[in-house]
Every structure is written in structure tokens, then in C-alpha cells.
Design a protein around this ligand. Structure first.
Ligand code: FES
Length: 117
């Protein structure tokens, strides 16, 4: 399995605001960076893809690879905790950090139902 490049995300929002995802500039998939609304119930991966940020998702969002690995610089605690299957895959991720997540399993908008787990 090919190791993914970690993408850097920053999440921020006040409780009454629409949650935002900020993709920090510098990575090939989004060199200029971006700030997009995070729809509740939608994974970070799906949100990025819908905004034409072509994050890899080799296992089709089944928590069976690490190509959708992201590192959150802010907002990590606003996500539902990772489930065991995600944690097991994250252990195999290149560049793992304490705030790493599989973007296909993590929901920045809040209230996610996990997909494919
Ligand atoms: S796309 Fe494979 S774990 Fe997310």
C-alpha cells in the first residue's frame, strides 16, 4: 500500500457558526489552500471532494487504507472520537501525529454517522 502524504487541515468555528474546514496551503492537492463550509453529517473527505480538492481515497472510504490521512491543526477535539477500526489503520499511517484522522471517517460538521465502518 502506498503511503499517503499527510494533508494539513485547520478546523474552526464558533458554536453557532457553520463549521469551517481550512486546508492549509502548500500541498499539491490544494497549493493555494482553501476555506470551505463543513456540512454536518458529511465526512472531511467527502467535503473536500465536493469542493474539488482531490484527496486520495483508495479504499473508497472503508477505513481500510491510509490514503485519506489528514492532520488537524485545530478543531481535533470537536470531532467524534475515532473508532477502533480507524485507530488500527491510523497506526499504519505515514507521518502519524496525535491529531491525525482518516478523513473518510472524521466529520468536521458534527453529528456524523460513520460510513463504511
Ligand atoms: S479512503 Fe481508505 S481509509 Fe479513508
Amino acid at each position: 500500500m502506498r503511503a499517503s502524504a499527510a494533508r494539513l487541515l485547520e478546523g474552526r468555528s464558533a458554536p453557532s457558526e457553520v463549521p469551517k474546514l481550512k486546508v492549509l496551503p502548500g500541498h499539491a492537492i490544494c497549493p493555494q489552500g482553501a476555506e470551505i463550509d463543513a456540512e454536518p453529517g458529511k465526512s472531511i473527505c467527502d467535503t473536500l471532494l465536493e469542493h474539488h480538492i482531490d484527496i486520495e481515497h483508495a479504499c473508497e472510504k472503508q477505513a481500510a487504507c491510509t490514503t485519506c490521512h489528514v492532520i488537524l491543526r485545530q478543531g481535533y477535539d470537536s470531532l467524534e472520537p475515532a473508532e477502533e477500526k480507524e485507530e488500527d489503520m491510523l497506526d499504519k499511517a505515514w507521518g502519524l501525529e496525535a491529531t491525525s484522522r482518516l478523513s473518510c471517517q472524521a466529520d468536521k460538521g458534527g453529528g456524523a454517522k460513520r460510513r463504511g465502518v
